[in-house]
Write a protein that binds this ligand. Structure first.
Ligand SMILES: NC(=O)c1ccc[n+]([C@@H]2O[C@H](COP(=O)([O-])OP(=O)(O)OC[C@H]3O[C@@H](n4cnc5c(N)ncnc54)[C@H](O)[C@@H]3O)[C@@H](O)[C@H]2O)c1
Length: 338
């Protein structure tokens, strides 16, 4: 794709993943517009680009039809990342808020259809996979794209809305010829990540020297935490190579248990604490790991960052930029909010 010639919109571009995507698009010399209502996104994530004039920022609520239409005006490629979204605590405890994504996605997609946008890339999620498949942490399971099918059982309203958005894009391709791709992100971590997601929460607990050190769930949950830089590269490749609304997994096949990640965080940070497991707290599925053969086949994409390397890098970042008084103040709220 000839990125320097493209007008690109990143909805939710002030977010953790969104801002990394903006960095990568600016590097490719695309003309980037960010529209974000800053409900969880932070302007400081894209401040450098605003100051250099490389990115245009519009603060707007994309749940308003007029704002959605304005946002996509004059745009070639839309990366749609804006969402009412948080970590496990948020997704489990805020069903109605997450349901509002049905409206947000619907308005953006219809605005794209009306403006004949060249391509839409959608930030979907591993939460579209049926929960009943993901209960046994001892089972070596890699979720392949075709496992999303009847009987559907997405993960909370958040997952259902992501699934409906993918299906809407498929229908729009079939009925209107609107080109798109959906990228199913799996538990993304890295610099600028926030405390409502597990990896950053673990790092934050170590940073404030929490003792006892709380871990939600039994600790046996298996995840495939995937580094944000890999997610961004896959998302851009999807824009370049997929047109027919295919949904692909973007996730590593590395299987890591929550407790082993916690132990590595404690080891690396030198924090010694008594671990207390909290199985009654929001936990999510016990076995969620992506297969990524389809992304390799269609995009030539494979994650480059090994989890241990990415974890160490993320810890180094967190410890270098955060203030422990501040983290102590926000941590409890952030675990269930956004
Ligand atoms: N972080 C993950 O592990 C993960 C995993 C799967 C999918 N995703 C998806 O990736 C995207 C980015 O997530 P993230 O983790 O970087 O952070 P995030 O949830 O903070 O990103 C959402 C962004 O959208 C903005 N936003 C929300 N409602 C809006 C509205 N009505 N109008 C305009 N802007 C609005 C927020 O301010 C924020 O910048 C989301 O769509 C999320 O669902 C994230």
């Amino acid at each position: 794709m000839n990125w320097p010639k493209k007008n690109v919109l990143v909805t939710g571009g002030a977010s953790f993943i969104g801002s990394h995507l903006v960095d990568a698009l600016v590097k490719r010399q695309a003309k980037v517009r960010v529209v974000d209502n800053l409900s969880s996104g932070k302007i400081k994530n894209i401040d450098g680009h605003l100051k250099s004039g490389k990115v245009k920022f519009i603060k707007a609520d994309l749940k308003e039809s007029k704002a959605a239409k304005e946002a996509v005006k004059g745009i070639d490629i839309v990366f749609h990342l804006a969402a009412d979204h948080g970590g496990r605590g948020y997704v489990d405890l805020h069903q109605a808020a997450c349901a509002s994504n049905l409206m947000l996605d619907g308005l953006i997609f219809d605005a794209c259809r009306q403006q004949r946008i060249e391509k839409v890339v959608y930030a979907s999620s591993g939460c579209v996979y049926p929960n009943y498949l993901q209960t046994n942490p001892k089972k070596i399971l890699y979720l392949t794209e075709k496992m999303v099918g009847p009987p559907y059982e997405a993960d909370n309203m958040y997952g259902w809305a992501k699934l409906m958005a993918e299906m809407t894009l498929k229908a729009y391709y079939k009925d209107y010829g609107m080109k798109s791709a959906s990228c199913r992100y799996f538990t993304v971590y890295g610099e600028r990540g926030v405390e409502n997601h597990a990896v950053i929460a673990m790092i934050a607990r170590a940073f404030i020297k929490q003792d006892p050190f709380f871990v939600w769930g039994t600790g046996k949950q298996i995840r495939n935490w995937t580094y944000v830089g890999d997610i961004v590269e896959g998302t851009i490749l999807a824009a370049e190579k997929i047109s027919d609304a295919t949904a692909i997994n973007l996730g590593t096949r590395e299987r890591t248990s929550v407790i082993s990640a916690v132990k590595e965080v404690l080891r690396y940070t030198g924090h010694k604490a008594r671990i207390i497991l909290q199985p009654s707290m929001p936990t999510g599925p016990y076995n969620r790991v992506a297969d990524n053969a389809l992304a390799k086949k269609l995009l030539g994409w494979e994650p480059q960052m090994k989890f241990m390397d990415g974890l160490h890098r993320t810890i180094d970042w967190y410890f270098s930029v955060k203030d422990s008084k501040q983290v102590k103040m926000i941590l409890k709220r952030m675990l269930t909010e956004r």
